[in-house]
Design a protein around this ligand. Structure first.
Ligand SMILES: *Cc1c(COP(=O)(O)O)cnc(C)c1O
Length: 389
């Protein structure tokens, strides 16, 4: 327990952002309350246009959550029982959940140890006649190897769905996450890089037919009112939540820049210090939005306790590789997932937000360094790039 005198740091500081945007947020909410179109109101269309323009994708379809975005995308692609979808086991459960919900089999491919993203080099050998799609995750806010993945997919005529729930605002070779593959799906869960004040999400595509299918599935599969031409869901995003995201867009470019700067500060301080932690690697051809500022540590429980005692919250994204989750063990297919199992024991996320200043970063690093054992320090000196296998 931190002593009563130790200030507790925010893991994700949403309060400063709210203070900065308060007037705009309230104005936007008031406007919705005045016009009263709580479902599919003008803010929904305004947000879809703004976000499509931001990513460069032809279409944006807002939906009830990031999970719903993934589910509706798979439904639009016609994924059904008996199909296989290739993905990563080292992600939030929703990625595999939506595959299994449709009766399809998640086929787990191992990750790279340094980025924790899917190892694109291992995808081709997992493709079978039943494979219907590839679903990489841009974990922690860094896009996966999309060119390599798109190339394998096009050789086999497969669509690619980017689970970009953590990477809205990130770029890959100058292109925006969500517009890197056949379909991109993001989430506006409050703690994501672009969040609302509840649940929300969006689907991005430049394929007109897929976009239309997603729009219909979002409203119970109706092609026109009370004409249900396909199976759908109740998957709309509320007008109020869209209004909140619109207000947050005012500051979003600044926030993305700040997140990169804060990530860079963490990297510099960690590299120079004797902290027993190493940051996730960044590939030089992409920019990360740091949905999670994740480091790899040995003795994670001990390090977390040490930070907690100094008022610094941490989290683990994610402690169990999905192939080992009770509900998924028997319905997934997987080969060697040694790296995913290895990472699940070592990842630890540190406080991160656009409003975290350099003193905050230094405070976290000092707490990481303070009191670490000589053994841990020795471990650190392996430096960047050559993490011990
Ligand atoms: C947050 C998240 C989701 C789900 O988004 P919700 O809006 O919470 O449904 C899916 N995939 C990943 C990788 C996520 O981080």
């Amino acid at each position: 327990m931190p002593s009563p005198l130790t200030p507790i740091m925010e893991f994700i500081d949403l309060k400063t952002q709210y203070r900065e945007l308060k007037v705009s947020i309230h104005n936007r909410i008031d406007r919705v309350l005045e016009h009263g179109q709580y479902i599919m109101g003008p803010e929904v269309h305004e947000l879809e246009e703004r976000l499509a323009a931001y990513t460069g994708a032809r279409h944006c379809v807002t939906v009830a959550s990031g999970t719903e975005a993934l589910l509706i995308s798979l439904m639009a692609l016609g994924i059904k029982a008996g199909d296989e979808v290739i993905t990563t086991p080292f992600t939030f459960v929703a990625t595999a959940e939506v595959i299994a919900l449709l009766g399809a089999t998640p086929v787990f491919i191992d990750i790279e140890r340094d980025t924790c993203n899917i190892d694109a080099g291992k995808i081709a050998s997992a493709i079978t006649p039943k494979t219907r799609a590839i679903m990489p995750v841009s974990l922690y806010g860094q896009p996966a190897d999309m060119d390599e993945i798109n190339c394998i997919a096009s050789q086999h005529g497969l669509p690619v769905i980017e689970d970009a729930a953590q990477s809205f605002g990130a770029t890959y070779k100058g292109r925006k996450s969500c517009n890197l593959t056949t379909i991109g799906c993001t989430s506006f869960f409050p703690s994501k890089p672009l969040g609302c004040y509840g649940d929300g999400g969006a689907i991005f595509t430049s394929d007109d037919t897929l976009a239309q299918a997603c729009r219909e599935i979002r409203v119970h599969g109706q092609s026109k009112r009370y004409h249900h031409t396909r199976l759908g869901v109740g998957g709309r995003m509320d007008t109020l939540q869209c209004a909140i995201v619109l207000a947050k867009l005012e500051r979003f470019d600044w926030e993305v820049r700040r997140r990169r700067e804060v990530g860079e500060k963490y990297r510099q301080h960690l590299f120079r210090s004797a902290a027993p932690a190493r940051m996730i690697s960044l590939r030089p051809d992409r920019d990360c939005v740091w949905a999670q500022l994740t480091v790899l540590v040995e003795d994670r429980a001990m390090v977390q306790a040490r930070l907690k005692a100094q008022g610094i919250p941490t989290a683990v994204h994610y402690p169990i590789s999905l192939d080992l989750q009770p509900a998924y063990q028997h319905l997934c297919r997987s080969g060697n997932l040694a790296n995913s199992h290895w990472a699940a024991e070592r990842v630890m996320s540190l406080p991160m937000s656009a409003d975290l200043d350099e003193d905050g970063v230094r405070h976290v690093i000092d707490a990481l360094v303070g009191g670490c054992t000589r053994l841990e320090r020795g471990y650190l000196t392996t430096g960047e790039g050559s993490y011990p296998p």
